[in-house]
Design a protein around this ligand. Structure first.
Ligand SMILES: Nc1nc2c(ncn2[C@@H]2O[C@H](COP(=O)(O)OP(=O)(O)OP(=O)(O)O)[C@@H](O)[C@H]2O)c(=O)[nH]1
Ligand SMILES: [Mg+2]
Length: 1095
């Protein structure tokens, strides 16, 4: 527990204004855990000597072995600054992209963040990502520029060069913040504009003057940026345990130089220099070629210390420095063979990093009670719902959030951001704890009594004196035994077996107590509904009717999170981070806990990573299947990002964010959750299927003309036999298909969507889903309240789409959109080109009233057409993978109704296409072909597939982007590995001030397995890339291509499968899915014989 007692921390928990909930965020390996070590050491939980080496918060074995953090973990620390005392709830997060979901769960519970940046590497992709996350969650960041020692020892920069370098890094970080800020201001500006317009359109608006400034000028953003003179930047070397802010040096020098510390605070960083003669601080160091103050007073000192201790090992000088700084260094540190030990002994006293960082945190970061109204509204209004559309009682809770009080009357509001598993041994109630003094005495008495009884039974009464002395000894030893044996209370074996989940949570209001009854609100809970059904003023302790996504439970255990340990608590007041035990039955991954049913569920966490790596898992012994299923369920609960699902094929599939994440999940399954041998398939690589415009050149890059085609006749025969009866395909690719009962005919054509449109659709799937929901509600006669912002976004999306779909072919296409697919929000479009059929538009929610009133109705079986389209886009004809970027245009749709036809599925009467409905009558079902709607769905699906096949088909591969940092000497090898794996380099640039190159490349996911490992091996660990899913890309080769001309035969051989990457991918997928693969296993047998003879 270190040198701060638990009681003290508990006392501090009650003082909301002195709590700081913070997390440490950075790119991978920038030194978060090392920095956390230094902070933990300041509380005496680990020794200062081990700080930086232990990585205390990396408590998992694989974290220690791999040297990266995989789970975020929290610890409560005490910090005293003069009179005031603070409680700091610190969360260390992982930096690897695969675990970015852990960052999201950490950021949600905090009010501030320490952003760490490596002084050599500068701003990296994950640095940007975490800054964005902090921004999105509305939490305030402070900056630590870490690893300054590398500038001295590795890069061997002079203090002046280092100063320029540090300035650049600050600029980079601020540039990221600047971009985030500008986009926000512009967004707010847009909202304001709409409000102004609305106000203008109202008659009572009076004299509103239109304001056309962008809003950037008048918004003060200076507090957002990092600047040492603002006190929100610390320069540090966590490994050598030192760190400082300008403030500390200002304190040191204000006495020495006789300058006011505020003046120094303002001038120590920046273009100021010291005029020694005039005893003045002057501006314009750079133009006059003078040393800036920062170099002269700060960096020079540090450089000379490193020079004396590490480079020259000058003992005398070191002693002089130590004496002048007024420090005491132990003799054994002075003698130590490793100069780093001496260095950190000196630095940790001179400029303790924990002091610098923690004082900055306490001064610059807000306490929980300073939570902003904007953040509260964002937390409370889920998705597209407007805050003011929430029930009144729910809106009232906003004030409760803002007050953040621990009063008895305040409702309890807690958010659980993730569940994590702990060994039952780690639980305080099961821990082997020392006995209290009373228990020891009690046991001793018991042992003595027992012994006396034994003695009395066996001893003869003849030698009382001897016996009594012996008895004394015996009693003494016995008691000792009892003491040592019973000093620990062991948990039972059965308890040890069980996996325990702890909810990682924060109290936003009220006091949570052990044994309290609370409501657990699932992410889909709707307060409006329960307020209607539940009695007024009810509590979780009452017997209540069941409400969807609402459960009642008792809080069984409350814990203070102390890194590897947990401390049991009786109650936790508002503003604190805590662990809650015994919630595994009620919470899957995240939830909101409250005593008030009016509380809305919190906005879902925004995860940056897309889970993309899938593997199928099975137990080594089939009989252990139930254990695997249970294990996977536990894993799903314990990991915020991993997905577990059972595919249609019956396989148990695990979806993870990347290779490292996958490895961790598999290890967890094996050793923790399932405890059985498992085997995982090779990663299942996702593909997409698409069509393209007819290419102009063929495989050998020759223009497709009327060349002499050898195999044309043979192919032509194929073409005709490809289509079954009832399907007609014309030369332009229009497919007409009739249902088996000959009642409906659809004509479909597939058209490739422009690339930008596909991208736009993909990026806006959330909006499309909202639109879909709106239409669904509208069909049922209800309206869905959509926030103004979302409406605007939809409008913007629509106009962008209109801008992209230009030209004769796409005339009026946006208005004619029938549906999106697959799953109703995917990147494919169903277009209504049926003459004379007007149906309610998908853009209903943004359309003006008058358009709505026009006579547009749904035709019968409209739904079936959409369903058929959904099915067709879900799995394509090439290898049953989803489609992407395809537009299916329905050019004709005729229904001939016969008298027997039922119309259970009809939706509404249609006034437009009367003639199509002729002869329709309600009647008995005697249709031998079964329900008509099913047939129509199947026909629609088939028609789409044929239409798709009538066009040049292509596979699309998922692509990763990666950023590799490498020194010039390994650059060649980096390129080697990239090109071997079909990677494509986008650009390469030199990092300023270093000899590093940054290479940006894209790489197919299919080729990425083992990429990071290979890269590390080939470059001796100097380059380690991180792969992030970026986009889908069309593979240019045609999987169905066969050589047709003499040249091509010569070039590719008869089979032509040697160079066809797309065919390989397609066949691999087909094989995996058990589909038919056209492959001859043995061909040219005699050739094989010749080959073997030659060997
Ligand atoms: N030279 C130098 N190395 C450091 C410093 N701080 C940390 N390191 C080293 O950097 C490596 C990564 O440190 P970690 O603290 O594990 O980094 P991290 O940010 O927690 O990494 P992840 O949690 O995996 O994202 C370790 O080898 C540390 O020894 C520093 O100030 N100077
Ligand atoms: Mg770490």
């Amino acid at each position: 527990m270190g040198h701060t007692s638990l009681e003290k921390l508990i006392r501090l928990q009650r003082k909301t204004s002195s709590i700081r909930n913070i997390c440490i965020l950075a790119h991978v390996d920038h030194g978060k855990t090392t920095l956390a070590d230094c902070l933990v050491a300041s509380n005496g939980i680990i020794s200062t000597r081990l700080a930086g080496k232990l990585r205390y918060l990396d408590s998992r074995e694989d974290e220690q072995i791999r040297g990266i953090t995989m789970k975020s973990s929290a610890i409560s620390l005490h910090y005293a600054a003069g009179e005031s005392e603070y409680l700091i709830n610190l969360i260390d997060s992982p930096g690897h992209v695969d675990f970015s979901s852990e960052v999201s769960t950490a950021v949600r519970l905090c009010d501030g963040a320490i952003v760490v940046v490596d002084a050599v590497e500068g701003v990296c992709p994950q640095t940007q990502a975490v800054l964005r996350q902090a921004w999105l969650e509305n939490i305030r960041p402070v900056l630590v520029i870490n690893k300054i020692d590398r500038l001295i020892i590795e890069l061997k920069l002079s203090p002046q060069e280092a100063y320029t370098h540090l300035q650049k890094i600050l600029e980079q970080v601020n540039a990221v913040t600047g971009t985030l800020f500008t986009s926000k201001v512009l967004e707010e500006r847009a909202v304001k504009e709409v409000e102004v317009q609305e106000a203008l359109s109202e008659p009572s608006s009076g004299e509103l003057v239109y304001d056309w400034s962008a809003g950037l000028e008048e918004t003060d953003d200076s507090h957002l940026y990092f600047s040492p003179d603002q006190g929100n930047v610390v320069f540090a070397s966590a490994i050598d345990s030192w760190g400082f802010s300008i403030h500390q040096f200002a304190q040191i020098y204000c006495q020495k130089m006789g300058v006011r510390s505020e003046v120094l605070q303002k001038t120590l960083w920046g273009d100021f220099y010291l005029n020694a003669k005039a005893k003045k601080i002057m501006k314009g160091a750079q133009s006059k070629g003078k040393k800036p103050l920062f170099v002269q007073l700060v960096l020079d000192n540090i450089w000379s210390l490193y020079d004396a201790v590490v480079t020259r090992r000058d003992k005398e000088k070191v002693e002089k420095i130590v004496a002048s700084l007024g420090l005491t260094v132990m003799a054994r540190d002075l003698r130590h063979s490793d100069p780093k030990v001496l260095l950190s002994a000196i630095c940790s006293q001179w400029l303790p990093v924990s002091q610098a960082v923690l004082s900055m945190v306490c001064e610059k970061l807000p306490s929980p009670s300073e939570i902003g109204a904007e953040r509260v509204e964002r937390l409370m209004s889920v998705g597209t719902r407007r805050f003011d559309s929430l029930p009144e009682k729910t809106q009232e809770l906003k004030q409760v959030f803002l007050d953040c009080t621990s009063e008895e009357t305040a409702p309890v509001i807690v958010f659980v951001s993730k569940m994590f598993a702990v060994d039952s041994k780690a639980l305080p109630q099961n821990r082997q704890r020392p006995l209290t003094q009373e228990e020891i005495t009690q046991r001793r008495d018991l042992a003595r009594q027992r012994h006396a009884e034994k003695q009395a039974a066996s001893q003869s009464p003849t030698a009382p004196t001897q016996a009594s002395s012996k008895l004394c000894v015996c009693v003494y030893t016995d008691a000792l035994c009892a003491q040592t044996e019973a000093l620990t209370v062991k948990p039972t074996a059965e308890e040890e077996e069980k996996e325990h989940f702890i909810a990682f949570a924060r109290v936003y209001s009220g006091v949570v107590r052990r044994g309290q009854r609370v409501f657990v609100l699932g992410p889909k809970y709707d307060p409006a509904l329960s307020l209607r059904t539940l009695p007024d003023g009810c509590s979780a302790a009452d017997p209540l009717p069941s409400v969807p996504h609402l459960a009642c439970c008792t809080l069984e255990h409350l814990y203070m999170l102390m890194g590897r340990e947990l401390e049991e608590l009786e109650e936790v007041p508002a503003g604190n981070v805590l662990g809650i035990g015994g919630m595994e039955e009620f919470i899957l991954k995240s939830a909101t806990i409250s005593t008030s049913p009016a509380c809305p569920p919190f906005t879902p966490l925004n995860f940056e990573a897309t889970p993309i790596v899938r593997v199928a898992i099975e137990p080594k012994h089939p009989s252990e299947m139930p254990k695997l299923v249970r294990g996977m369920r536990l894993l799903n609960q314990a990991d915020p990002c991993a997905e577990v699902l059972i595919q249609e094929t019956g396989e148990h599939v695990l979806v993870t964010a990347g290779e490292v994440h996958l490895q961790r999940c598999l290890d967890d399954l094996r050793e923790r959750f399932a405890k059985i041998g498992i085997s995982a398939s090779k990663p299942i690589i996702p593909f997409r299927e698409t069509v393209i415009r007819p290419p102009k050149v063929d495989m050998v890059n020759e223009e497709m003309g009327r060349q002499q085609k050898v195999a044309v006749i043979h192919q032509a025969k194929d073409e005709q036999s490809k289509y079954p009866e009832g399907v007609h395909v014309d030369s332009t690719g229009l497919v007409t298909l009739t249902t088996p009962n000959k009642m409906a005919t659809v004509g479909i054509r597939a058209v490739p969507l422009p690339e930008e449109v596909t991208r736009l659709l993909e990026g806006n799937s959330e909006l499309i889903r909202t639109m879909e929901q709106f239409s669904l509600f509208a069909r049922e006669g209800k309206t869905l309240e959509i926030s103004q912002k979302t409406l605007e976004e939809i409008q913007g999306f629509k106009s962008k789409l209109e801008g992209l779909l230009q030209g004769h072919k796409w005339r009026n296409a946006v208005e004619r959109i029938w549906a999106f697919g697959p799953r109703r929000c995917g990147p494919n479009i169903l277009l209504n080109s049926v003459e004379g059929y007007r149906r309610p538009s998908v853009w209903q929610c943004v359309e003006r009233e008058k358009e709505k009133s026009e006579a547009v109705m749904l035709r019968d079986f409209d739904n079936s057409i959409v369903s058929g389209f959904q099915l067709a886009t879900l799995s394509g004809p090439m290898c049953e993978e989803p489609l992407m970027g395809v537009c299916f245009s329905v050019e004709s749709w005729e229904i001939k109704f016969s008298s027997q036809l039922t119309q259970q599925d009809s939706v509404e009467e249609d006034s437009v296409s009367q003639q199509a409905l002729e002869g329709r009558r309600k009647g008995d079902t005697t249709d031998c072909y079964g329900p008509f709607s099913g047939q129509l769905i199947a026909a629609m699906k088939e028609a789409c597939r044929y239409a798709f096949q009538a066009k040049p088909q292509r596979l699309m591969a998922a692509m990763y982007t990666c950023e590799i940092m490498a020194t010039a000497d390994v650059l060649g090898r980096v390129y080697g590995v990239l090109s071997k794996r079909e990677g494509r380099v986008l650009n390469e640039e030199m990092k300023e001030g270093t000899d590093m190159f940054i290479i940006r490349a894209v790489l197919p996911v299919a080729e990425s397995f083992g990429f990071a490992d290979e890269m590390r091996k080939r470059t001796s660990g100097l380059a380690s890339p991180q792969l992030v899913f970026s986009h889908w890309e069309v593979i240019s080769s045609d999987p169905f291509w066969v050589p047709t001309t003499e040249e091509e035969y010569l070039h590719f051989g008869e089979k032509a499968d040697s160079a066809n990457q797309a065919l390989k991918y397609m066949n691999a997928v087909r094989k995996r899915k058990g589909l038919y693969v056209e492959e001859k296993i043995v061909e040219h047998a005699e050739k094989q014989r010749t080959l073997s003879k030659n060997k």
